[in-house]
Design a protein around this ligand. Sequence first.
Ligand code: GLA
Length: 377
Amino acid sequence: MRAKIYLVVTLVVALYFMKALISNAESLKEVFEDKFLLGVAMGHRDLGNLEIEKIVNREFNSVVAEYGMKMSNVMPREGVYDFTWSDRFLNFAMNNGHYAVGHVIVWHKNIPEWFFLDGNGEILKRDELLMKLKQHINTYVGRYRGQVHGWDVVNEAFNDDGSFRKTPWFEIIGDDYIEKAFEFTHEADPNAELYYNDYGLVNVGKQNSIVALIKRLKKKGIPISAVGIQGHYSLDFPDLKELDRAITRFSELDTDVMITELDISVLPFPDVEKRGQASKVEDGKVPVLNPYLEALPDDITNKQSRRYEALFCIFMKHQTSISRVSFWGITDERSWRNNWPVVGRVDYPLLFDRELQPKKAFFTLKNMSSFVKENCE
Ligand code: GLA
């Protein structure tokens, strides 16, 4: 009898530890795998860094290039393509089973001025620019047919009030340049998903225009798979209720929603005119705009972790519409937020610290599958 009790107790204890071991072995992507893809942006220095590649392969199942697939990277000179980095990146994605996102085809940034000019330096006419765009898409998207699963076809086409951003694309082609870009991309790779990506989507003005755009595309039979909500957030932006409403609104259109470019800055976000102010130590005083030069205090670490958790509560609530959540980088050290909106600060926006160690927010997210109910209510 005693032996039996002993056996049962041993078994229960063993099972308990095995369960703990199994859940400890879970990676972040596994925690969310029945809900949405978990992606990450990789910069030039990340690819080829074995420690970083290991983190990317262990924790994430989707990758996007932070810079390497923008227009001026793939076409550094008029008519001259350089696919060296993007080929390496997509090989990495394919060899490691990642869902690869192509970022980005049509945008007003990272595009050289000459793209819009003819051989005499004259601004191209509508038809000429459309032809050039079509050729570019055929070459670029065609090259990666079957390797890129989804493309950010157009990025940031609207102002916050919902009006069209006055970019050369808009000025030369007119407001149908977005549809044309979607059409050309679909022709070049009929199997790829096609996305519209933008920031500030909690602004109702911008939301209205994107809702109208999606309806317009659908009515014309032009495929759009998802709207990408860039998530460059902070400890107090955006208002979570507004974000919840924005996701609800887009998901009602029978289009997937993706949270792209997620990071949570912990630093002050000054108005434009104050951004030039010193963020370096002066007279031994801690700079107001750059307060955490040495380390992040525990209370802010906890605040950031709770903020990530609150965001993921919303994402999980909308899991049937959200197809992917992607972080805009792996480690704090390499995040663009160290240089935006103020240049040269020490920010801590991501899940891995400067020593490549997982942060509190990482563990909070990793535990979410078991804690979601009580923590999200
Ligand atoms: C936008 C772009 C990204 C990137 C970030 C800043 O969100 O879509 O490609 O440039 O800005 O890093």
